[in-house]
Each structure stands twice: as structure tokens, then as C-alpha cells.
Design a protein around this ligand. Structure first.
Ligand code: CUA
Ligand code: CA
Length: 609
């Protein structure tokens, strides 16, 4: 009976694999052309908002999880949550933070604060390979491989606090990822010297090699650096700075009417590295990007700017001052002249339309329109970039670049349109990531969910489609076409990618160190019992040999605080000291078989004499 079920499962697995291959070929055929048949079909009337049972979404949404420390994968337009990818957080469901593999990446920390998820690029659009996410809390950068949708590397960023804005290189492909430090600190932050002297603090713009995840260099600046963007030519990166004052208190940070959009010149940085125009600080090449240096220019933009986003045509960087009702449009083709000193940095500004109160982030529809989140007004405002530029040149009374406004619920932070951070921005959907939901959902106490609202931006008027509650607290997201990601996503791991993959069950003893090599095949582990002595250092290495898609096994040791899952063909390990004598059943936590409950083995820890 069970064998029969297994073989049916295997057949299903093969059928699914075949379907995936066909879907992949289909996606490859239509990539770059018309997009999904389902969506095109639906567009004849209006954008579909429902995904009926059994059908698939048109987009992946990769959302940061804020201080939950994770990344979330949703489908759009359904807004269904598919997966929570643990990154900087302990995850009880998957055992992230419990296994040796994840612990080695996490470096003893089990909290984080993720803000900005950005995927890898080729030629200005996503290639579906990787996703990067920052940890503002502990100043780290993580990379997630999208074929497994699991974290594969975490690195620490030195000389930086409040690692906030990140962005991958968009052209010709992602070789660099840049990161900003929002908090200024002493360069040698060792508590020696005058820590109170805020004038001596600095920020850093960090360049990370996207391939080996090593730090290429840092560019030191006197100001803080908040959000980040890269251009579409592989020439520049951008950082807003709301603390050009170099203040340490909120009133000091609000002293000036204008702060900065700092632009970094990548050719100059590469040349500086070649000519060794840096000092080595704690092993890191540190270039000096102070005003007047060749590495950075400082464009004066309205008070305390936050977001910076580059239009999909690659022409403009748009930022907004949180306490100015405007957006600032910087022409990227003027930057070379500003770096050469032919024009002033301020002369790169080509528009500054008045759009509303508390402007934060801007996204795009690929048809020349920008959509800016207004935190104070609780609105998404749609405005036309070219019209804003025309009106900046020839102001007309009573004329405006604003095209439409949509009230949202409530207090929007980031906003993102489908494919908007690529040259393939398609202007279908927009997500308004609202910080406050108040009365929009059943009351669950003082800590309420956030409200991520889905908006149809395919027409002249924006149309609110859906409220989606989300657990605290997504900051930002990207919306990626399904055909870019799905063909690369695997149902099973490459078993031998893990150097310790178990092919043969065995117990090895070396003094008081015991290593157990264990396979898992529904509904049995490769051994029925393991005997160790109290005080032994025990390592279990578990490989799941089930090839059926979605057939994961758990590994939980009763009363030992050890609990994790292993996906098809994956290997996970755990090391602990057997400090509790007695019988401890090890059991499978992940329902895998009709005999799932019987999938267990005895760990017998013999008490010291
Ligand atoms: Cu294996 Cu349940
Ligand atoms: Ca300021």
C-alpha cells in the first residue's frame, strides 16, 4: 500500500517536472515578447485580480520582513504568501538558526532588520539568479540564491552602522552590490578618543563583489547615506543623505533647508583602486569621497531626503525630501559634466514638482509616469516626469505634473510597481506598503498587521484592488515577472553540493566526538537507534534521499531543543553536547507519509558512571 503511494508520488513528481520543463520552454519563447497569455487575455477587459484555485500568479513579489529578519515570497496579483525565507532570524518552522549550516552563516546572531530586497540583473533587467537583503540591525548583507530560495551567504560590513540602502549593479550585469550606512560613526569605532565629537563621525558607501561576496572597497563620506540606487549604465550609484549637517540630534539633522543626493562615480572608484588612492583600514580599501574629491558629487536636494529611484529609461534619478512637498528629478546625462566641474551639481536638477506631503519613495510604470508615496497625506500620487520637466523650465500658474491621486490606508512607506526597477517596467500593478492598518482588519490587539495594498495602474486612474495584511513589517519589495524566476527554481537540491551528503549510514567515534551519518527516506531514517555517552559531542548529518517534490523530512530530538527540516536531496547537520542522559526519541516533524508518525529512532544517552 505504502509502496503504491510512493510510486504514485514519484509519478506525480515526474509529471510535475515535465510540466516545469515545458513551462520553462514556453516562458523562454514568450520572454521579451507579449508576456503571460493569462495576463494578456485578462487585459482585454481589465487586469485580473483573482487567481482561481489551481492557477498560478503572474508575478513573484519579494518582500523584506523588516525586524522579523526574513524575506517573504508572495504571488501577485493574489498577494498569497508562499514562503518565508529565513535570513537573519531564528526560524522554528525550518530550523534555520538550529542547523550547523545556518549557524555558520549567522555568526551567533538570531535577529536582524531587513529592509531592501533587490535581485540580480543582466542588461538592465532581472536574471532570476540571486536576491540581496540588508540587515540594518547588525550591519550585514545576505545573498539568497533564487533556485533554492534559501540564504547562501551572509557577510558583515565593517565601519558601518545602520546599513540601510542597498542596490545591485544593473548593467551590463550585477558584479557589484552597493550599501549605505545610515548612521555616522567614528571610523575606528573602538571607544577610544572622543566618542562625543559628532563632527568626527563619517558614513561609508560600501562596494561588495556580487560573486564572491567580498568587500571591494569603501568610500568614506562626511555625511550619512540613506537609500541607494544604481544607474542603467554601470557608471553611477546614488545615496540620499538627510544628515548633511553632521548632527547627532534630530534638531541638528533638521537644521538645513537642503541636504544631499550623493552620486558616486564608478569609473573614478575603479581608477582610484588601480592607482592605490586609498588607505587600508582594518584590511579594507578606504577611498576618501569627501566633497571636492573625484569619487562623489553632492547634489543639494530638499530637506531630509529619503528615497531615490531611477526611472526605467535610465534617464532620471528621483528623490524626495521628507519635509518638503516636492520630488527632485536629477538628469543622469548631466552627471558627467558635474563630475568634470563643467556645471555645478545643482545644475543636474531638471525638475522639482510639488506633489504632496511627506513624499518618500517613487516607482514607475514605464510610460513616463512616476508614482510617489506620500506618508503624511496617505496617498500614492501619480505624476508625469516630462510634464514636471517642462513646467520647471516654463512654470505655468495652475498647471501641474500631477495626474492622479489615490488615498491609501494608511501612512505609506515604500511603493513598488511591477518590474519597475528594471528597463522592462510594465505598468500593471503597484503595491503600496502601508505602515498602519488601524481599522482595516479584525482587531488583534495593540500590535496590528501592516497593510500592503495592491493597486491597478494599467489605466489613467489608479484603482485599489486589495488589502493584504502582513506581519511586522515589510519595508520594501520588488515585483518580478514569473517567467524570469520560475524556470530556474528547483524542486530538489543538487545532493553532492553539500560536502557531507550522506550516501551510507554510519556512526563514527573519535574520542568523545560522535558523528552520525543518517539518511531519511519516507517513512524511515537510515538507522533505528544511536547510542552515545553523556558528555559526548554529537554531530548528526542528515540527507533526505526522497526525490519527490515537496517531500521534506523533519529531524527533532526530544528535549534537546533541536528541530529542523531537510528538503528533497538536501543535507543538514547539527552538533550538540549530549548532556541529558536517557532515552530521547528522534522523530520526523514534517508529515511525509502515512507512516510519518512511525518515522523515528532512539537516541540513547548513557549516563556517566
Ligand atoms: Cu519523514 Cu514525516
Ligand atoms: Ca537635514
Amino acid at each position: 500500500m505504502f509502496d503504491d503511494r510512493l510510486s504514485k508520488g514519484r509519478r506525480r513528481g515526474r509529471a510535475a517536472l515535465t510540466a516545469l520543463v515545458i513551462a520553462g520552454v514556453g516562458a523562454a519563447l514568450i520572454a521579451g515578447s507579449a508576456f503571460f497569455p493569462t495576463l494578456v487575455e485578462a487585459k482585454k477587459k481589465e487586469l485580473r485580480t483573482e487567481v482561481p484555485p489551481g492557477e498560478l500568479d503572474d508575478y513573484y513579489g519579494f518582500f523584506s520582513g523588516g525586524h522579523s529578519g526574513e524575506v517573504r515570497v508572495l504571488g501577485l496579483p493574489s498577494m498569497r504568501l508562499f514562503k518565508r525565507i529565513p535570513v537573519f532570524n531564528l526560524d522554528a518552522g525550518s530550523g534555520w538558526g538550529v542547523t550547523n549550516e545556518s549557524k555558520a552563516m549567522m555568526g551567533g546572531l538570531v535577529t536582524g532588520d531587513t529592509h531592501h530586497a533587490h535581485a540580480s540583473y543582466k542588461d538592465g533587467t532581472y536574471d532570476g539568479k540571486y536576491l540581496w537583503i540588508n540587515d540594518k540591525a547588525n550591519n550585514r548583507l545576505a545573498r539568497i540564491r533564487l533556485d533554492y530560495m534559501e540564504t547562501d551567504t551572509i557577510i558583515s560590513i565593517p565601519h558601518a552602522q545602520g546599513v540601510h540602502g542597498i542596490f545591485p549593479q544593473r548593467y551590463p550585469q550585477t558584479d557589484w552590490v552597493i550599501l549605505n550606512s545610515e548612521f555616522r560613526t567614528p571610523l575606528h569605532n573602538d571607544g577610544k578618543g572622543d566618542i562625543r565629537d559628532a563632527a568626527s563621525y563619517n558614513g561609508v558607501h560600501t562596494v561588495v563583489d556580487a560573486h564572491d561576496m567580498k568587500i571591494v572597497c569603501q568610500v568614506m563620506v562626511p555625511c550619512n547615506l540613506d537609500l541607494a540606487a544604481t544607474d542603467y549604465q554601470g557608471k553611477y550609484s546614488f545615496a540620499t543623505s538627510y544628515n548633511s549637517e553632521g548632527g547627532a540630534t534630530i534638531s541638528e539633522m533638521l537644521a538645513k533647508d537642503r541636504d544631499w543626493l550623493v552620486v558616486f562615480d564608478w569609473d573614478a572608484i575603479k581608477d582610484g583602486l588601480k592607482k592605490k588612492d586609498y588607505k587600508v583600514v582594518d584590511g579594507i580599501k578606504m577611498l576618501d569621497g569627501k566633497p571636492g574629491s573625484r569619487y562623489a558629487i553632492y547634489v543639494p536636494v530638499p530637506k531630509n531626503p529619503h528615497g531615490v529611484n531611477v526611472s526605467p529609461d535610465g534617464k532620471y534619478a528621483v528623490c524626495s525630501g521628507k519635509v518638503s512637498p516636492t520630488a527632485t528629478v536629477v538628469a543622469i546625462d548631466k552627471l558627467a559634466d558635474a563630475f568634470a566641474g563643467k556645471i555645478e551639481p545643482k545644475d543636474t536638477i531638471v525638475a522639482e514638482p510639488e506633489i504632496g506631503l511627506g513624499p518618500l519613495h517613487t516607482t514607475f510604470d514605464g510610460r513616463g509616469n512616476a508614482y510617489t508615496s506620500l506618508f503624511i497625506d496617505s496617498q500614492i500620487v501619480k505624476w508625469n516626469i516630462q510634464k514636471a520637466i517642462d513646467l520647471y523650465k516654463n512654470p505655468k500658474k495652475d498647471d501641474t505634473a500631477v495626474v492622479d491621486r489615490l488615498d491609501i490606508s494608511y501612512q505609506v512607506g515604500h511603493t513598488m510597481a511591477s518590474m519597475a526597477e528594471t528597463k522592462e517596467a510594465d505598468g500593471h500593478f503597484l503595491v503600496s506598503l502601508n505602515k498602519i492598518s488601524k481599522d482595516r482588519f479584525l482587531n488583534v490587539g495593540p500590535l496590528k498587521p501592516e497593510n500592503d495594498q495592491l493597486v491597478d495602474i494599467s489605466g489613467d486612474k489608479m484603482r485599489l484592488l486589495m488589502d493584504e495584511p502582513s506581519y511586522i513589517e515589510p519595508h520594501d519589495c520588488i515585483i518580478v515577472r514569473r517567467d524570469i524566476v520560475e524556470p530556474h527554481v528547483k524542486d530538489r537540491a543538487d545532493m553532492d553540493e553539500h560536502p557531507l551528503a550522506v550516501h551510507k549510514n554510519a556512526i563514527e567515534r573519535d574520542g568523545n566526538k560522535v558523528t552520525v551519518h543518517l539518511t531519511a527516506n519516507a517513512p524511515v531514517y537510515g538507522m533505528q537507534e544511536v547510542e552515545v555517552n553523556e558528555g559526548d559531542e554529537v554531530t548528526f548529518i542528515v540527507t533526505n534521499h526522497d526525490e519527490i517534490p515537496d517531500l521534506a523530512h523533519g529531524f527533532c530530538i526530544s528535549d534537546y531543543g533541536i528541530n529542523f527540516v531537510v528538503g528533497p536531496f538536501q543535507t543538514r547537520s547539527v552538533t550538540f553536547v549530549a548532556n541529558k542522559p536517557g532515552l530521547h526519541w528522534i522523530y520526523c516533524t514534517n508529515f511525509c507519509h502515512a507512516l510519518h508518525l512511525e518515522m523515528r529512532l532512539r537516541l540513547m544517552v548513557k549516563a556517566k558512571a
